[in-house]
Design a protein around this ligand. Structure first.
Ligand SMILES: Nc1ncnc2c1ncn2[C@@H]1O[C@H](COP(=O)(O)OP(=O)(O)OP(=O)(O)O)[C@@H](O)[C@H]1O
Length: 245
């Protein structure tokens, strides 16, 4: 029996920023239903990696495959198959919540009754109904994040990319976000999220990849007994640049 195709495959991707390697020779794969925490200190290369996976930055070298297809050659695959919530949800202040969802749906190939159904589903799930006619410019930070997540999930992507998703959320909102992440993973969505907090990874993920100076230094499953070891590994990598992998 052949193994199922990975949802995401990064093959030796590299990206320079301001003349320096922000991500260097990074390879990893992610399967359906897996939740991978991309952990690293500030400047480790997490956002650069996620922007490439989301199709918003082009690598200088290497390949990215989504469900086995190279999306550097077919950029529309990223738009339709990936849902991306950047560190700050990019919203138009003068558009309403509903207008955002409609615009995102159209960009991702949804229209008519299909879009209406997808919008209704996500509005109900993320409790955005009461905010439908509200302008994005007057939303609270937590509401903006919820709308950004709704836009990322609207088209039921096979890969969900979340950049520091818990930043600026209160504990209740963080718990609600973790529930959505678990639900999505149970439904088969592959999820990659970035954070500089180990506790965020152990609470929300089943696997961790540690990036340091743009390089992958550790990649492994998370079990309850691993927490202490992971803490030490992350500390060693961050403080001494140790080669823990
Ligand atoms: N727009 C940019 N222009 C130039 N250099 C950049 C830009 N964005 C990031 N960099 C550089 O690329 C490297 C990786 O940054 P990146 O934002 O990917 O790291 P990060 O792990 O997401 O950090 P943080 O946790 O602080 O967001 C850093 O050296 C950073 O200074």
């Amino acid at each position: 029996m052949t193994a199922p195709t990975a949802v995401l495959q990064l093959d030796h991707i590299t990206r320079h920023r301001a003349g320096r390697p922000a991500v260097a020779d990074l390879s990893l794969t992610l399967d359906a239903g897996q939740v991978l925490g991309l952990l690293g200190v500030n400047g480790a290369g997490k956002s650069t990696t996620l922007a490439m996976i989301a199709g918003a930055l082009v690598p200088d070298g290497g390949a990215i495959k989504l469900n086995g297809k190279d999306f550097l050659e077919q950029p529309e695959l990223a738009r339709r198959g990936v849902g991306w919530l950047p560190e700050r949800a990019p919203l138009w202040p003068e558009l309403t919540v509903r207008e955002h969802l409609d615009a995102h749906g159209l960009l991702r190939g949804l229209g008519g009754a299909v879009l209406a159904k997808a919008r209704q589903r996500i509005v109900e799930r993320l409790e955005l109904g009461a905010l439908s006619r509200r302008l994005a410019g007057v939303l609270s930070q937590g509401q903006r994040q919820r709308l950004g997540l709704a836009c990322a999930l609207l088209h039921a992507p096979s890969l969900l990319v979340l950049d520091e998703p818990a930043n600026a959320l209160d504990p209740v909102q963080v718990a609600a976000l973790r529930t959505v992440i678990r639900e999505q993973a149970a439904a088969g969505t592959a999820i990659i999220l970035s954070t500089h907090l180990l506790a965020e990874v152990t609470a929300a993920c089943d696997r961790v990849a540690i990036l340091h100076e743009g390089q992958l230094r550790y990649d492994g499953a998370i079990t309850d007994s691993d927490h202490k070891m992971l803490e030490q590994t992350f500390f060693d990598i961050a403080m001494r640049g140790a080669q823990a992998a």
